[in-house]
Design a protein around this ligand. Structure first.
Ligand SMILES: NC(=O)C1=CN([C@@H]2O[C@H](COP(=O)(O)OP(=O)(O)OC[C@H]3O[C@@H](n4cnc5c(N)ncnc54)[C@H](O)[C@@H]3O)[C@@H](O)[C@H]2O)C=CC1
Ligand SMILES: O=C(O)C1=N[C@H](C(=O)O)C[C@H](O)C1
Length: 268
């Protein structure tokens, strides 16, 4: 890549955003040109705890204002379900390519973004999980679902997570249902004596969300059939596990003119 990719990061003080700031700062062919944080408008990133060595990066509290002032190629959004969609649309409005790790997007959000990308012929990557191991876990689960129709997904996260089920669990369920007939699992007459005991229902498969301090991001996909079970599990023990995926997504979004939902669609 001849020119550096000019990157804006939204959510720089967050668990993921702070890792992404250091990734952008330490990657030779990336240039961190601004950050978007709903606090600290007008300051420099180096004024903030943990970023003293990262110089000349302005902070904007409003993405639109940032995009009017700063020339950028890519927006990395690692904020909240509430702002992720808004930021992604704003970036596309300004012809800046979004790489979005924020989860909580609905089917209609994704359809709307796909339509905008098609009209503008602009690249955009929405990745519910940037960890290569998680992407493989989803792909292996899709492979296994051809042979096992009964499946339950258990996702386990830290207790500060805003959305449930996780974006990864939803994506896993979508990938499985692409190869599995819809099937109501369990006993036909089963009844919850405590509401929610069987978890969320996605085309008949169940998704269970665990939230506990001490966890980072973990998921197991359990398959069962006569006399056997198969468990496919992935664990992220720290946010560094997501960064190689963020890097690949930023590099790739510069080469594509389409909407991509899921890292499995760009990994070779
Ligand atoms: N795709 C992936 O591989 C991963 C995705 N995530 C997702 O990324 C998102 C962030 O996760 P965490 O870093 O754990 O959360 P966090 O709560 O640590 O960070 C979110 C940050 O966004 C900031 N923020 C909130 N509203 C904002 C706004 N309007 N403008 C700018 N910044 C704003 C907050 O101040 C906070 O610093 C979540 O949606 C999470 O599900 C998390 C881990 C991996
Ligand atoms: O909030 C998190 O932490 C994570 N969010 C993503 C999700 O919702 O799947 C990815 C990963 O599981 C960590």
């Amino acid at each position: 890549m001849k020119n550096k990719v000019k990157v804006i990061i939204a959510g720089p003080r967050g668990r993921m955003g702070s890792e992404a700031v250091h990734l952008a700062n330490n990657t030779e062919h990336f240039e961190l040109v601004a950050v978007v944080d709903h606090k600290h408008d007008g300051k420099l990133l180096s004024d903030l705890e943990g970023f003293h060595t990262i110089t000349n990066v302005p902070i904007y509290s409003d993405l639109e204002k940032c995009l009017q002032m700063v020339n950028a190629d890519v927006l990395i959004d690692l904020t909240t379900p509430e702002f992720g969609m808004k930021h992604t649309k704003t970036a596309l409005d300004y012809n800046v390519r979004p790489v979005v790790g924020t989860t909580g997007f609905t089917k209609s959000d994704l359809a709307e973004l796909e339509q905008i990308c098609r009209e503008k012929e602009l690249g955009c990557i929405i990745a519910p999980n940037f960890a290569i191991g998680a992407v493989l876990m989803m792909k292996f689960s899709q492979m296994a679902a051809k042979y096992f129709q009964d499946v339950e997904i258990i996702e386990m996260h830290h207790d500060q997570k805003l959305d449930a089920p996780s974006g990864t669990a939803v994506k896993t369920a979508e990938m499985i249902s692409a190869v599995r007939e819809s099937k109501k699992q369990g006993h036909p007459n089963e009844k919850e004596t405590l509401p929610g005991a069987r978890g969320a229902d996605y085309t008949g498969m169940h998704i269970h969300s665990v939230r506990l301090p001490g966890l980072v991001a973990h998921q197991q996909v359990l398959f069962g059939s006569e006399g056997q079970t198969l468990t496919i599990r992935h664990d992220s023990y720290n946010r560094g596990s997501f960064m190689s995926g963020v890097k690949v997504a930023v590099e790739t979004v510069m080469k594509i003119n389409t909407f991509v939902y899921g890292l499995e669609n760009i990994l070779e």
